[in-house]
Ligand binder design. Sequence first.
Ligand code: THU
Length: 131
Amino acid sequence: MNDDQLMRRAVESMPRAYAPYSNFQVGAALLDESGAVHTGVNVENAAYPQGSCAEAGAIAAMILQGGRHIETIAVAGRGEGLCPPCGGCRQRIREFASPATRILVGDENGIRQVFTLKDLLPASFGPDNLG
Ligand code: THU
């Protein structure tokens, strides 16, 4: 699966998001170490802080299927501004990624910008810090 195809999977997931409060639907698709793709969407809640991000859903799906490493992750959201992972999701991705893991950010028209995890979360704290 190439980058454009992975972004397509994120975009296709986006309309399935449950986002009645923000009206901002997000889709995520990640490629794991075995070549499997896992997708997720944001799921909001009337008790706002209980909502979860699309990336969290995709990571949970990966873990359930036995994947443990994110090779590439695509995040799709509409609007003029880019939809990069929020701070919390950068840390969630960090747990299962390498500094060079690529984060594709885009929308229904495809990839808009490509980052590495190191770009988005420099000097990060991770599993290695706990020995
Ligand atoms: N959102 C995500 O799903 N991923 C991100 O990285 C950015 C924000 C969701 C959370 C919330 O449901 C909506 O977008 C508006 O913040």
